[in-house]
Design a protein around this ligand. Structure first.
Ligand code: AMP
Ligand code: GLY
Length: 416
């Protein structure tokens, strides 16, 4: 197949690598891609959020499948335009991407579909915010309604900080005040062709910037898969109580969801609750989930894009474990320092079971420099988490980037 992947992060690098592993052999083009992706596939400097441009390029190139990585093109309606040009697209139309693009819309769908989620109040004035704080109590959870690259959410017991966060985001639209949910988080990716659903393997993401879940929320600082502590039947339960009702509700509304429904879940003592939906693969969870995928990703995503998921072969996962640690620039997430040389990547890749998914890197002379906050993901697989951790942190120790930081506790709990 000739496949166009849209996006420029470590998630897209992981998707491209998984497509390339397929023995069937595919031609992969990534737009715009990044320096790491350009070493393994063709990259093209195309604005991935410009639907007509992407559709025209894909038609000219005879692309068989377009895979939309990030949320921005989905919410901008790139899926609609490319699909209208007759090209199979992995990724929902604009209307269905609102499951991620608007937290208020997502709550409305969950309520209609009877999906278990925390209580929430949508507020448009600070008076409503204060009333909701009184009603729901501390810790306070405040979420900006639209896309905010992982920065729109605050979870805090400090009422003043919660107030200030709401006051900032309410200038741009409604904010959601949510009941605090206590428990372990699970990211579960569910493929849907608009009707049938197929789950991938669960992963755990580490959202906070520092060890022991301290510091502000980020886009994600690391992940591991599988989750050995989940009860038997967990995935089936989520398929039945979350994915199927949501997908049915989207169809009922005339806006079928075709692509990946990312279920962000919290396992509370009262049962599982959805904390958010995303309309795409998660980053960095994709780096670990796809690392363990042994069957063809291209076949699976094409079946999803073309309404053939019900008859497609189920995905097959390795019994190996995988983990990833994100190397972040000094100052991330608030104000990352960029333009610094990254050294030691070749050495790091010598560690058995290790691969690197690039995110914010650029070529500079013969080497690489950092260009953003989350610079790259070191991915390690192993027979168990102890081995994977040794490998991941050995590799990270061989990489140098001035001022960079990463979490040292990824998969620590499961390695013990
Ligand atoms: P979201 O962007 O909605 O995924 O929120 C980002 C992070 O904030 C989540 O991954 C959780 O760690 C945390 N969070 C969000 N909503 C809640 C909630 N209702 N209770 C506790 N933590 C939450
Ligand atoms: N890792 C969280 C996300 O992709 O939204």
């Amino acid at each position: 197949m000739k496949i166009l992947v849209l996006g420029s992060g470590a998630r897209e690098h992981a998707i491209v690598n998984a497509l390339l592993r397929d023995p069937a052999g595919h031609t992969i083009i990534c737009a715009p891609g990044n320096a790491g992706i350009s070493e393994v596939a063709e990259t093209v400097g195309l604005n991935a959020t410009d639907g007509p441009l992407v559709a025209e390029y894909a038609s000219e190139q005879g692309i068989d499948l377009v895979i939309i990585g990030p949320e921005a093109p989905l919410v901008a309606g790139v899926g609609d335009t490319v699909r209208a040009a007759g090209i199979p697209v992995f990724g929902p139309d604009k209307a269905a991407a609102a499951l991620e693009g608007s937290k208020e819309f997502a709550k409305d769908v969950m309520t209609a579909a009877g999906v278990p989620t925390g209580r929430a109040v949508s507020a448009t004035t600070m008076k409503e915010v204060e009333t909701a704080f009184d009603d729901l109590g501390a810790p306070y959870v405040v979420k900006a309604d639209g896309l905010a690259a992982g920065k729109g959410v605050i979870v805090t017991s400090d009422r003043k900080a919660a107030h200030d966060h709401a006051e900032f985001y309410i200038q741009h639209g409604p904010v959601l005040i949510e009941e605090f949910l206590d428990g372990h988080e699970v990211s579960l990716f569910i493929l849907s062709d608009g009707d049938a659903v197929v789950p991938l393997e669960p992963a755990q993401d580490y959202k906070r910037v520092f060890d022991n879940d301290e510091g502000p929320n980020t886009g994600g600082m690391g992940a591991y898969s599988p989750l050995p502590w989940l009860p038997d039947g967990f995935v089936d339960e989520i398929v039945e109580t979350v994915a199927q009702p949501t997908i049915r509700e989207m169809s009922r509304r005339g806006t079928p969801f075709v692509g990946l429904l990312y279920c962000g879940l919290i396992v509370t003592k009262d049962g599982v609750r959805v904390i958010e939906f995303n309309a795409r693969f998660g980053d960095p969870e994709t780096q670990v989930v796809l690392e363990r995928l042994d069957s063809s990703l291209a076949d699976l995503l094409l079946a999803t894009a073309t309404g053939r998921l019900a008859t497609a072969a189920d995905p097959v996962f390795s019994s190996d474990v995988a983990m990833t640690v994100v190397l972040a620039s000094e100052g991330y997430p608030e104000s990352p320092e960029t333009g610094r040389p990254i050294l030691g990547l070749a050495d790091a890749l010598e560690v058995p079971g290790v691969s690197i998914a690039h995110a914010a890197t650029a070529h500079d002379g013969g080497g690489f420099v950092s260009t953003g906050g989350r610079v790259l993901s070191v991915v390690a697989r192993g027979g168990d988490f102890g081995q994977a951790r040794e490998r991941a942190y050995e590799a990270l120790g061989r990489i140098s980037l001035d001022g960079a930081h990463y979490r040292s506790d990824i998969a620590l709990r499961v390695a013990r």
